[in-house]
Design a protein around this ligand. Structure first.
Ligand code: PYC
Length: 333
């Protein structure tokens, strides 16, 4: 066995969605903040991301997080989020995976019944309250970055679909929230190819004609996620099919998508503060959330969201690169 690169990881899944938590083998990324480190990573570390996410070491719906020393004194760890679509500002299911791995591998001091883990993310500080019993992380509740509705009742002309109505909301990433029934499609996994094709066409059209831009951080821009709502979705319990570029569905209910959905419902006057909201994934797994208060982001009215979910460690691995491997940066079929 020969290797010119060794990356250690603890693999996990959060309500069905994988998070490969990189615990070793990546040096501190240059940058004074995690947002600067994300920018550096986007410019210089994409081969590393593809090595870890794409085939043959990953798969087309792979997701992960690279642990870093924090850049701020009030955080325990820094995190860079990676997935098949790029470096995300924030990832909710990934953060639940990170908090679970940190607790269950002893990478943070653990207290029972609750351990607080503060994470320095490119989108801001995120607090994870981990419910711990006998060393097991049973549940993680995240106080996420502020979420907001950027635009309600927007519409975009989409090739093959005509005029599509959507709300644009942010919960750590931007989400176009679309009623699936408005496209004449059923909420049915047997129609996943049609739903995915519609989602990719909608996000491409939005990014071509009216890309969302974060009002306080212009590096956070573009819509790579379309949150399709099942027809029976309400302001207390939604079911979603989350179609994500370049072509996959979130298996979890999507943490940042759950926060965006709560912000959208609040902006519509349908979800008051401190009211339980359940978001259900395309495979039937759930996050529960609530809005803790109101705030403001770059002049846009915002809310302070939290949500809870569970993660499980699935394995540990060292990912190696043999110098003769023809796919050092992975591949996409
Ligand atoms: O849980 O925030 C999330 C997420 C983003 C993309 C996939 N999952």
């Amino acid at each position: 066995m020969r290797s010119v690169r060794t990356i250690s990881a603890v693999d996990s899944h959060t309500e069905g969605m994988p998070t490969r938590v990189v615990t070793g083998g990546v040096a501190p990324v240059p940058g004074a903040t995690m947002a600067e480190r994300r920018r550096y990573a986007m410019e210089h570390l994409d081969p590393l991301r593809r090595f870890l996410m794409d085939e043959p070491r990953g798969h087309p719906a792979m997701s992960g997080a690279i642990l870093q020393p924090p850049t701020r004194a009030d955080a325990d760890w820094g995190v860079l989020y990676i997935e098949v679509s790029g470096f995300l500002p924030m990832c909710g299911h990934g953060t639940i995976g990170v908090a679970t791995v940190l607790v269950e591998t002893g990478m943070v001091p653990v207290t029972e019944p609750e351990t607080l883990v503060r994470l320095d993310t490119p989108a801001g500080l995120v607090e994870a309250r981990v419910t711990v019993r006998d060393g097991v992380a049973e549940k993680v509740t995240l106080r996420n970055v502020d979420a907001f509705a950027l635009e309600l009742d927007a519409s975009v002309r989409v090739p093959g679909l005509g005029e599509v109505r959507y709300d644009m909301a942010y919960g750590g990433n931007f989400y176009a929230v679309v009623d699936l029934a408005s496209l004449g499609l059923p909420f049915d996994r047997a129609r996943k190819d049609d739903i995915l094709a519609a989602g990719l066409a909608i996000s491409a059209a939005i990014d071509a004609h009216h890309p969302p831009v974060h009002p306080a951080d212009p590096l956070i821009r573009g819509c790579k996620h379309v949150q399709f709502l099942a027809p029976d979705s309400t302001a207390r319990h939604s079911r979603n099919a989350m179609a994500i570029q370049p072509g996959w569905f979130d298996r979890s209910p999507c943490g940042t998508g759950t926060c965006a959905r709560m912000a959208q419902l609040h902006a519509r006057g349908e979800l008051p503060l401190d009211t339980e909201f359940t978001n259900e994934s395309f495979i039937g797994t759930r996050f529960t959330g609530r809005l803790l208060g109101t705030s403001e982001v770059g002049g846009v009215p915002a809310v302070v969201p939290e949500f809870s979910g569970r993660a499980w460690i699935t394995g540990t691995a060292n990912y190696l690169l043999d110098p003769t491997d023809p796919f050092p940066d992975g591949f996409v079929l």
